[in-house]
Design a binder for this molecule. Sequence first.
Ligand code: HEM
Length: 465
Amino acid sequence: MVTDEKATKPIPKRNSLPFLGSTLDFARDPLAFLTRLQQQHDRLVQFNAVGRLITLTLTPEDAKYVLQENNKNYVKSAAYDVLKMFLGNGLLNSEGDFWRRQRRLAQPAFHKQRLALLVDGMNRETAELIDRWKNRNPAEPLLVSEEMMQLALAVVTRSLFSSDVKNHFENVSESITTIIQTAYKEIFNFFPFTRNWPTPRTIRYRRAVRKTEAIIYEIIEQRRREPPETRHDDLLGMLMETRDEDTGEQMTNQQLRDEVTTIFMAGHETTANALSWAFYLLAKHPEITENVREEINRVLGPTNLPTIATLRELTYTTQVIQETLRLYPPAWIIGRQPLHSDQFGDYRVEVPGADGLLICPYLLHRDPRYWEKPAAFHPEHFSPEQVKLRPTYAYLPFGGGPRLCIGNNFAMMEMQIVLTLLIREFDFRTIDQKIIEPEPGITLRPKGGLRLQVQVRPKAEWAAS
Ligand code: HEM
């Protein structure tokens, strides 16, 4: 692909209303709208929404081109501004040299070796949940989606701050929930200037941000006062320790605040939704659940907790998680803004003119050109043989290129631990075979929440599986 001016074919455009364009279709049911476009087009299609001309890319090659090969021509799209209100200049929304430096500083904290230090905390948080679930009335359906949200929040909080935050946890969790709910609503707010108005929503939001910020700053200050030899084996400790290779500089309190809040946000809602979808799919597929249990029994037996070494042996369970992320990718859409015109084969995306460019993992993950059974829950899609046959960017739950999710190993580890421990102890069943639809917002949630019947498994069944 080259970026000279030998444009040829016009990019297909979707006909839509003169002023509103496809805004209503897109806002009403984005997945149905985008799926229709995918069925009608092969590579690229443009439509107008919210007064902007959006280009939807439909192939793994173009996803790779935008995210990796020509990533310098693309910055994060305007949708990320909503997150900026809270996340400041953290990794998720910063750009250029500042982003590059922060990414270099943060990367060591996410190396597999350092992540191994967090396994114990993940096991402990899950064990606390198991105790709680064992002491509840099993006849009552359980709101699994909310339970996963609280668990993932507890895991990321412990991973960031070890035990320092236990006393503040209630406050943080409540404030983070307010912040996320506001961000959700703001995504579809077509009048972004109202964000600065003192409405009850923005007042509640600002209060929550101030409260969370105060707690984070307090912990940072407390650690700065400690003797230099004091070590904290958690993400904040690692972020405070790391130094720029060239200048020797460390992160300022403001930068730490922005990265910590970014990890908070990016690191729990995504994982929580993926886990909810995994339990939903397993509840609907008892035969796959049995295969998972057989593997858990072989690798861990009835009581051992997972370790970094045993997690590696849980290959089928990992395929189940990968397949869940295929069908329900929490980051279902990735937006970019082209800086200059760009050439995609015979097509040219013109700047100015074209605003947003979309890469849609949800569509690529269900494209029959790359998947044997696109609509089925089929963990064999991730057998080494099948993986080899596919273009790499046909599957991109964690994005790709330099902006690849920094927490991908963290997330995989957490999902493996939670899934194995809970599937070993409990049976999950859907209520009246209910079908749960995905609801796309910042992440892909189970619409209306996920309620399941959750029963403790008799010990005898463990031995038999
Ligand atoms: C299943 C769970 C997760 C999914 C599906 C996911 C997905 C993604 C995707 C697609 C991106 C790239 C966005 C883009 O290119 O515009 C991203 C970025 C990011 N994620 Fe995740 N994520 C997950 C879990 C986590 C966790 C657990 C953490 C932290 C503990 C995390 C931290 C981040 C950060 C900091 C970035 C920005 C990286 C950068 O631009 O340098 N994520 N994530």
